[in-house]
Design a protein around this ligand. Structure first.
Ligand code: ZN
Length: 520
């Protein structure tokens, strides 16, 4: 086989696998939106078969042979050539897949499926004692997986690398440590302020039909293509990229609270805009794929928070909101804008505001890193979780259900996933600052309903680039700088300084100091 033939074979192999995965996403979307209650067991069997096929393809020895052939050829001389990018990612996936012994893969699949089910059953009653052995099994297997995958510095890196290629705990810890100090200062300033929002105005009666219409209007206005997507109802909102021309979003409405559905739709729209902007010509190969969970999250956070919670955005949308929701007619724009930006420490991560959200992530990062490195055992997890909640947010969970058991991630074996949320926030702030430096003040455009410059910039710099670069090199290329928490901190200080009336610029200088996070 010539290198060209080998590359051709690898491309077709990759495409066929991508079609199988895409079919899985249709099944997954259906399962979370429309499936009848009795259909779940059959659906699980369909997933199991797909997973088996995909695993067989991922570890096909012909991949190893084909890759070796292409890697020794001129096809990969230029590391940014399409073939080189594809081969780099195929190699990475193949090496990871073949390092996991079959019996470990099976044990992990079983333990995480049982872990999720146990979590669903025990969380409502806060039953940690029943849940604990399931989690302990998952943790033991994930430690084994980390050993099988291998790592340079610490076991946690092997798992983090799955979600954020190339990222390491040691590289992340100083960023998060610096962020923590700044966030705690912003939080203290917010809590010490005499000016507080009227949260009541977003907790009035917002009929579901009206919310649905208004959310669709916003999604469409910022660039979501409804001819290539749709919005449906679900219990746990998500977006899913089924393939070119079919990127779907979902939401859940609360009649008595405006924020979750509206900002949830903006968030999922941000994810979907990324997928809708991927280079179609490369679909099914890494060059046409997304970079990482963190970069994906940067797109959702950018539209949800930096755009969607900005005053400029509401200068354009608020009159329309008042038409759609008569309960807002007596509420001035600034009062509404302050209310959708309320900062208040809370127990539940998914309900947290822009300032406290990253503290929720930080404490999970510290705990899961310690768990995977063997510095913390599952039996000590609830106490450690509560200690950090008190230290970072000043709150004590009333029970494990609202504390250590609140997220599904660990029961499902998703260790190394949480940091991608905060990375998403960091990338988003740095991208936005660069876009603004290049395009001029963006909010003025938003106030006139002009979101195209922002989207066009993202399409050009990020979406169309596919998986050409990993996250940190992409940040360097797009922003001309290494990843830094400075932009997120500055954004939060300025925004919340203006809302809560505290001097924004004094805060950063005193805390711009290297401070590692606990345990590093
Ligand atoms: Zn997201």
């Amino acid at each position: 086989m010539t290198p060209d033939d080998a590359y051709q074979w690898l491309t077709e192999h990759s495409l066929e696998t991508a079609y199988l995965k895409s079919m899985g996403r249709v099944l997954g979307w259906d399962q979370r939106t429309h499936i009848p209650a009795k259909g779940h067991p059959h659906r699980h069997n369909q997933f199991a078969l797909l997973a088996k096929w995909i695993h067989v393809r991922a570890t096909d020895p012909r991949m190893g042979e084909g890759l070796a052939r292409v890697e020794a050829s001129d096809l990969v001389l230029d590391p940014m050539a399409v073939a080189a990018v594809n081969v780099r990612e195929w190699r990475r996936d193949y090496d990871r897949a073949v390092k996991i012994p079959q019996d470990l893969a099976v044990a992990l699949a079983k333990a995480t499926a049982e872990g999720e089910t146990a979590w669903e059953r025990t969380r409502p009653s806060s039953d940690w004692e029943t849940f604990k052995p399931f989690l302990a099994t998952v943790v033991a297997l994930k430690r084994e997986e980390a050993q099988a995958l291998g790592y340079a510095a610490e076991p946690y890196d092997a798992l983090l690398d799955d979600f954020e290629p190339g990222e390491t705990a040691a590289a992340l810890a100083p960023l998060l440590g610096e962020l923590r100090v700044s966030l705690l200062r912003v939080l203290a300033a917010v809590q010490g302020s005499a000016r507080q929002p009227q949260g009541e105005v977003v907790r009035r009666h917002f009929p579901v039909d009206a919310q649905n219409r208004f959310a669709r209007l916003a999604a469409q206005s910022i660039g979501y293509d409804f001819a290539g997507g749709r919005l449906d109802l679900t219990a746990h909102p998500f977006s899913t990229d089924i393939g070119p021309g079919d990127v779907r979003i979902t939401t859940r409405f609360d009649e008595h609270y405006f924020c979750p559905a509206f900002f949830g739709v903006l968030h999922e729209t941000g994810h979907a805009l990324y997928d809708q902007g991927l280079p179609v010509a490369h679909w099914g190969t890494p060059r046409g794929d997304t970079v990482s969970l963190g970069i994906h999250e940067s797109q959702s956070r950018l539209w949800e928070n930096l755009v969607g919670r900005s005053l400029g955005f509401w200068r354009f949308f608020y009159k329309r909101a008042q038409e759609v929701f008569p309960v807002l007619q007596d509420v001035p724009l600034n009062t509404f804008h302050f209310a959708v930006n309320e900062v208040k420490p809370s127990l539940i991560r998914t309900e947290a505001d822009e300032v406290t959200y990253n503290l929720h992530i930080l404490l999970r990062f510290e705990l899961e890193r310690a768990l995977m490195n063997g510095d913390l055992e599952v039996k000590d997890l609830p106490g450690a979780f509560n200690d950090k909640m008190r230290a970072y947010l000043g709150l004590t969970p009333p029970g494990p259900g609202q504390g250590v058991m609140q997220d599904i991630h660990w029961s499902a074996g998703l260790f190394g996933y949480f940091p991608t949320y905060t990375l998403g926030n960091l990338y988003a702030a740095q991208f936005y600052a660069t876009a603004e430096a290049e395009l001029g003040p963006l909010e003025e455009g938003f106030a006139g309903g002009d979101f195209a410059p922002m989207l066009t910039w993202l399409r050009d710099k990020i979406h169309s680039q596919g998986h050409r670069l990993w996250a940190r090199p992409l940040v360097r290329e797009v922003t001309g700088e290494e990843l830094t928490p400075r932009y997120l901190v500055r954004y939060l200080q300025r925004k919340f300084g203006a809302l809560y009336d505290f001097p924004a610029d004094g805060l950063y200088s005193v805390c711009h100091k290297f401070l590692p996070v606990a345990g590093s």
